[in-house]
Design a protein around this ligand. Structure first.
Ligand code: FAE
Length: 553
């Protein structure tokens, strides 16, 4: 039985976004919509397939972020029956208030993953605790995973980080890509897989005439002119947000999302998150089934070579309602840098997969992330109306202190005179995930001191900017008096580095048909926002694996 679009809340907006998609893709979108409307946690093109026993499947994909979504689509297209296991929920049906996601300015339980209070990156304004709110614990869409020296923000739900991120879709400079991943053929990446990833993700650039004239990007234009005064180069950065939709938001003919202060807790409209792109297409193949609120806890291998996953099914309170054992011939790990590293470190340390090498768990970095704000003069307002979707960056990657700084919004709804930045720096420090047997968990041993090179690089650049513009830092934004927030990151990378913990295609060393497809493959730094690189590498892996390996049965 095919899901019926008319009954599934399949909106005009989605129909418009789907206009140039294939029929399969549209069927997949409709399946996600109808499953969400019915509150299903088992989703497939046909309800029968989705509900059928999944004790043994040819392929399992853990997670549903970028690396996982690529794996699911390419496996499904190859005719291989595939089960995707995602610990978060499906975000495609409106709650009681008519919205899928809660507003960023008045968050509720939907905002964060089982927290009693929101933990927004920017926590205060004028030192006032006006940003975070008490909330009811719920499987919300954004998680802040706290390790002793570093907090890591990640997305939870069908689509992983694509649900919460700013959509910035940057292809890294080729020279730096070659430096970071020398074992990967850059010619093929730049000729084939980066273009493919960008096409599939729906990347585009803000129309420049509109950017120059709209009040919604005044904050970016102010930051640009100040960068120019300091002799720094700015560049437009592509995004997966639908800029036609954004212009309709500005014209008042479409419901506001980017222009309605929505981002880190999800965008109700406009953003081409993975559930609208790769994952919809994957479900549309008819070979892919998705289980939500299902957390893979352990992996072992049976005598016949198949992998067995222990999967906890959780409810909306976080309680484990059932534990399944799912066996598969081929296992694709796309649980993100934290998730995949944890699963494999645990498997090695408990003796379940003893041949995983010592590189598993190593090589982690936060892409040198540092957040900071500058205080502008009163005659340089950044605007009470700000698009949440960043479209411009300061590109000083070729400087002695390399920095690529995204010009970020501060959509407070009132004038703050703040220019906010997420700086990506070239920090050589790396950390390791270690196994804590008593708690059956992994700990990331990043220390606060390891963030010092990131802060030094950001400070060198922004001191220059302050000098040229006679401005100062903002010290009121991060809960204390710090100018630089170096204790959290948005870009966790590494833990199962390509060519070290795996071969150069993501095949885990020591095992057959065990693959890593996500951000854990990238060794701690990529110099730009990472999801295009993660997607392109996953496309490269899947092309090779499907051509060479005996994946499905
Ligand atoms: P990811 O997208 O994190 O997906 C992993 C999935 O696996 C998640 O859905 C998890 O819930 C799930 N999972 C984890 N453990 C398990 C388990 N045991 N069992 C079942 N499921 C599990 O992985 N990047 C950009 O390029 N541009 C941006 O503008 C940008 N902005 C960002 C803004 C924010 C607030 C955040 C948090 C991140 C941002 N990023 C951005 C980073 C980007 O989202 C991130 O690099 C990718 O999402 C990582 O993709 P992966 O495939 O590695």
């Amino acid at each position: 039985m095919r899901p019926v679009m008319a009954n599934s809340g399949f909106s005009a907006h989605h129909a418009a976004m789907a206009a140039n998609l294939t029929r399969r893709h549209i069927l997949g979108l409709a399946a996600l919509q109808s499953a969400a409307a019915l509150g299903l946690t088992r989703i497939g093109l046909t309800p029968a397939a989705a509900a059928s026993s999944a004790d043994h499947v040819p392929a399992v994909v853990v997670g549903s972020g970028y690396g996982a979504a690529v794996a699911a689509l390419r496996l499904g297209e190859a005719g291989i029956r595939t089960l995707v296991i995602e610990m978060g929920r499906l975000w495609d049906a409106p709650g009681g208030d008519g919205r899928v996601y809660c507003p960023m300015t008045s968050p509720d339980g939907r905002s964060m993953w089982f927290k009693k209070r929101t933990e927004a990156p920017l926590s205060t304004l004028l030192w006032l605790d006006v940003i975070n709110r008490d909330i009811a614990p719920y499987p919300g869409v954004l998680d802040r995973v706290r390790y002793p020296g570093m907090s890591v923000y990640v997305g939870r739900g069908v689509g992983g980080g694509s649900l919460v991120n700013g959509g910035i879709a940057v292809t890294p400079p080729r020279a730096y890509f070659e430096e970071v991943l020398p074992g990967v053929d850059a010619q093929t990446m730049y000729g084939t897989y980066f273009p493919l990833a960008n096409r599939m993700l729906g990347t585009s650039t803000v129309p420049s005439a509109w950017f120059e004239s709209t009040e919604w990007y005044a904050y970016a234009r102010v930051a640009r002119s100040q960068a120019q005064r300091a002799g720094l180069k700015t560049v437009f950065v592509p995004n997966v947000y639908d800029f036609d939709y954004m212009q309709r938001e500005a014209a008042g003919t479409a419901t506001k999302s980017a222009l309605g202060q929505e981002v880190i807790y999800g965008n109700n409209f406009g953003k081409r998150s993975l559930d609208k792109t790769y994952l919809a297409a994957a479900l549309g193949t008819g070979n892919v089934t998705l289980h939500t609120l299902s957390r893979a806890r352990a992996i072992r291998q049976d005598a016949d070579g198949s992998y067995v996953l222990t999967v906890d099914r959780i409810d909306y309170t976080g309680h484990v309602t059932a534990t399944d054992e799912i066996s598969c011939r081929s296992l694709f790990l796309g649980a993100g840098s934290l998730g995949t590293s944890e699963l494999l470190v645990r498997a090695r340390e408990t003796g379940a997969l003893p041949r995983l090498n010592a590189e598993v768990g190593r090589g982690w970095g936060g892409n040198g992330n540092v957040m900071l704000g500058r205080a502008n003069h009163v005659w340089n307002p950044t605007g009470s109306r700000q698009s949440t979707i960043p479209v411009m960056a300061i590109d000083a990657w070729s400087d002695r202190n390399p920095v690529f700084a995204e010009i970020a919004p501060l959509p407070a709804g009132l004038e703050t005179w703040v220019s906010l930045y997420l700086a990506i720096t070239k920090n050589p420090e790396r950390a390791t995930f270690t196994y804590d047997a008593a708690r059956d968990t992994t700990v990331l041993n990043w220390t606060r001191g390891q963030s010092a090179p990131s802060v030094a690089a950001a400070k060198a650049l922004f001191d220059r900017m302050n000098l040229a513009n006679v401005t100062i830092y903002r010290y009121d934004l991060f809960g204390d008096t710090r100018a630089f927030a170096d204790d959290f990151c948005y870009h966790p990378l590494g833990g199962c580095v390509l060519g070290r913990a795996t071969d150069t295609y993501g095949r885990a060393t020591g095992y057959e048909r065990l693959y890593v497809t996500d951000g854990s493959l990238i060794p701690g730094s990529i110099g730009v926002n990472p999801f295009v690189t993660i997607t392109a590498l996953a496309e490269r892996t899947m092309a090779r694996v499907l051509a060479e390996d005996d994946v499905g049965r």
